[in-house]
Design a protein around this ligand. Sequence first.
Ligand SMILES: NC(=O)c1ccc[n+]([C@@H]2O[C@H](COP(=O)([O-])OP(=O)(O)OC[C@H]3O[C@@H](n4cnc5c(N)ncnc54)[C@H](OP(=O)(O)O)[C@@H]3O)[C@@H](O)[C@H]2O)c1
Length: 267
Amino acid sequence: MRHLIIGASGQVGGHLWRRLRHQATEEVMGTYFSHPEEGQRALDFTDGVAVRQLLERYQPDVLWMPAAMPDVDRCEKDPALSYRLNVEAPCQVGELARDIQAKVVFFSTDYVFDGTAGPYKETDDPNPLQVYGRHKVQTETFLLQHVPSTLIIRPAWVYSNDPNPRNFVFRIVEQLKSGNIVNAAVDQINTPTDSDDLVQRALTAVHRGDEGIRHIVGPKRLSRYDLTISIAREHGYAESLVKPITTTSLNLAAKRPLDGGLVTIFP
Ligand SMILES: NC(=O)c1ccc[n+]([C@@H]2O[C@H](COP(=O)([O-])OP(=O)(O)OC[C@H]3O[C@@H](n4cnc5c(N)ncnc54)[C@H](OP(=O)(O)O)[C@@H]3O)[C@@H](O)[C@H]2O)c1
């Protein structure tokens, strides 16, 4: 199978790219935007002409789209940019992929739900609390209606062992290393997702020919505070360095789903 990953320089896309590169039966091309990675090519996915040229030349069987603007607070402060990157670009890329009969895999989010009664199943109705979640729902709806065979994957709180500031485990360990107290919300509950597990299960879903929406998350449902405590413990730091706080006290630009997390109705 031939795979094109738009956003292979990101956390999720990077894991997928590295996994596929080492599989003899798969062929993969990955793109970056502002963080060049050796072996990948530059692409701005808002540039429809460049996307069309790449698709026509490479002819992928599967077009993966982890590319996004996933900074929830930035989306809230700049909804026009969020619309461009989280709605316009992925919808346009989806249509271009349809034109060459490539299967589209779009990464959405647990933030499509309001977090009043988690965990949520694929059949539950979205009710996003913030710009980011609303834009993801808009793109999901468009792709499901206009791009047949689309697979939408919703992970939640993706983590890895990557030494990269985009990975929250790395950020927490760096703070602990510097002797700083780490604030962690006790009232945000979610289902953290290991990025290796996410890409393995996403690949299985693609090879099986899955379509529609799939929740792919970890098995445990825990608070940001409990998760941060477990990261501190695992890296040999005292639990007292983690301070329990409430989400309200963080004064974040975008609202967070509190009683959140995902489950799947699929095997
Ligand atoms: N991380 C999570 O906890 C989480 C949870 C739920 C859902 N998701 C969803 O999963 C997906 C992947 O998340 P992630 O954590 O891997 O995000 P990430 O690390 O921030 O990666 C985003 C990717 O998008 C690329 N990109 C940004 N602007 C672009 C543009 N104009 N043209 C082309 N590519 C562009 C980035 O390229 P450069 O870095 O090279 O600029 C990067 O490769 C997103 O759709 C996100 O909404 C993530």
